[in-house]
Ligand binder design. Structure first.
Ligand code: AMP
Length: 283
């Protein structure tokens, strides 16, 4: 596995790969790998000749009061996991390499970012689209793999790719969960034993919502109310949002008449967790 830290070197490698006719997949990550990340890497390997992962905790996508400084890091563990999966190249630049002095350009996806996490994390998606646009330009992958765990991120990036005519196929990978249902996340590491138990309420409430829908409930307001009640019945929980929205526009919907996304963001203590599921799939 090659480990590359500079833009110049990774550009040289991708050019060699492209000239020799090889397809490249990119899996952007912030490291501290769990099975969710590894699954994205496996999908990348299956769909391309050479898989490149990036490990970069992107300062631009963290708010002032967010956890940039504490974000968990484990470079040695990450490299051995990536090696085990068979990743070809790891690109792990420093913040200065990506944002040199004088850097001042942002990529903004206007409407999709005015929903869900975009409301409680102002500037977050500009940070995401800017860094991903840079990585797409630096690495010029044929395809890029993202998790459905960050559903809004996946829709925002797909929109950016379409709007800017980037010649990159975007692949979304279903959420990978712990045996008890908790969506895997590097931030699960922050949870105490007691908080970890309360965190199960996210998946429980998604399941309950689907159960309500399968028993004929279509009112988004009623489903959201029941989800709220269930989440708040657990200790240490604070709801950021519960939303049922259109899968492409992310506009809030009132009645679950077709495929919709139920998306949640809940704080457990200081840790903000997100989860989502499809609701209203036509049987
Ligand atoms: P992160 O390192 O948190 O920025 O995540 C890197 C990529 O892994 C993103 O595309 C995430 O959506 C994806 N990812 C994170 N957790 C999961 C999960 N539990 N299942 C599937 N994909 C995930």
């Amino acid at each position: 596995m090659e480990i590359i830290e500079t833009i110049e070197e990774v550009q040289k490698r991708r050019e060699e790969l492209r000239l020799s006719g090889q397809t490249i997949s990119l899996i952007p990550t912030m490291g501290f790998f769990h099975e969710g990340h590894l699954e994205l890497m496996r999908v990348g390997k299956r769909h391309s000749d050479k898989s490149i992962i990036s490990i970069f905790v992107n300062p631009l996508q963290f708010g002032l009061n967010e956890d940039y400084g504490e974000y968990p890091r484990d470079m040695d563990g990450d490299l051995s996991k990536a090696r085990e999966v068979g990743v070809d190249i790891v690109f792990m630049p420093s913040p200065e390499e990506i944002y040199p002095n004088g850097f001042q350009t942002n990529v903004t996806v206007e409407k999709l970012t005015k929903h869900l996490c975009g409301l409680s994390r102002p500037g977050h998606f500009d940070g995401v689209t800017t860094v991903i646009a840079k990585f797409f330009n630096i690495i010029r992958p044929h395809l890029a793999i993202f998790g459905q765990k960050d559903y809004q991120q996946l829709t925002v990036i797909s929109r950016m790719v379409e709007d800017l005519n980037l010649d990159i196929q975007i692949i979304g990978v279903p959420i990978v969960r712990e045996a008890d249902g908790l969506a895997m996340s590097s931030r699960n590491n922050y949870l105490s034993h007691e908080q970890r138990k309360s965190a199960l309420t996210l998946k429980e409430s998604l399941d309950m919502a689907n159960e309500m829908f399968s028993h004929g409930e279509k009112s988004a307001a009623k489903i959201k109310k029941a989800v709220e009640k269930l989440i708040l019945s657990h200790p240490l929980t604070k709801i950021d949002y519960i939303n049922i929205c259109h899968p492409v526009t992310l506009d809030e919907i009132e009645s679950v008449d077709g495929e919709s996304i139920l998306a949640l963001a809940v704080k457990i203590g200081k840790t903000r967790l997100i989860d989502n599921c499809l609701i209203g799939r036509a049987e």
